[in-house]
Design a protein around this ligand. Structure first.
Ligand SMILES: [Zn+2]
Length: 225
């Protein structure tokens, strides 16, 4: 009866996706990235996907209700019976309320909200240092953590490396500002409900992973009692 129904919170660049993948493997939980799910449904042309596409084509945000319905459909799958890890949703308090209602419709509830905390300057250091090959976007470097052998040249094919617009410092700072305004109130929201678990995201990915894994193992035991 012990479910691990989890959401991951944290700024862009905190490594949420990586951690969700690894923890998903540890505990046998599907990693539900709402962004990936949305893209998959749109390309598969499902009813929800077609509905979402209508908004995207108009340049509008996909309504919360559509995303919530996708999550609901996904978590009734067999592989999510013991729980799930949602990454990318909710992004604000009204979405969090809607998610709570959706879960309760399915006779489930959130087990914990995992927050990976990283300072703004560290996020900028991580993201603004990325350089991408113009020939193959999968060739990714980092000026500090994974530099190419020759400045601004891809090791694998000799093509030029560029900084994507998304990775420019001013763009990152704007995203962090939006995160602070919309998502940070969620931290208080989950804290008040006793669901928040904080993790120091300035540590290495391995250390962050070990900390969260240990916390989840404890949580799972508590749920079983
Ligand atoms: Zn390349």
């Amino acid at each position: 009866m012990s479910e691990l129904n989890l959401i991951l919170l944290g700024p862009p660049g905190a490594g949420k996706g990586t951690q969700a993948d690894r923890l998903g493997e540890d505990f046998g939980l599907p990693h539900i990235s709402t962004g990936d799910m949305l893209r998959a449904q749109v390309s598969a042309g499902t009813e929800l996907g077609r509905e979402a596409k209508r908004y995207m084509d108009e340049g509008e945000l996909v309504p919360d209700e559509v995303i919530i319905n996708m999550i609901k459909e996904r978590i009734v799958d067999d592989d999510a019976r013991d729980g799930f890890l949602v990454d990318g949703f909710p992004r604000n308090v009204s979405q969090a309320d809607a998610l709570a209602v959706a879960l309760s419709d399915l006779d489930r509830r959130l087990t914990a909200a995992l927050l990976i905390e990283v300072s703004d300057d560290e996020v900028v250091r991580r993201l603004a240092g990325r350089r991408v090959c113009i020939k193959n976007g999968a060739h990714i470097y980092h000026v500090e953590f994974d530099p190419p052998k020759h400045d601004m040249v891809c090791d694998q094919d000799g093509a030029r490396l560029i900084q994507r617009d998304d990775d420019r410092e001013d763009t990152i700072r704007k995203r962090l500002q939006v995160y602070a305004e919309k998502t940070e109130p969620l931290i208080d929201y989950y804290d008040e409900q006793g669901l928040l678990r904080r993790f120091d995201g300035s540590r290495s990915p391995d250390e962050v992973h070990a900390h969260i894994r240990a916390a989840l193992a404890t949580l799972k035991l508590e749920e079983e009692l």
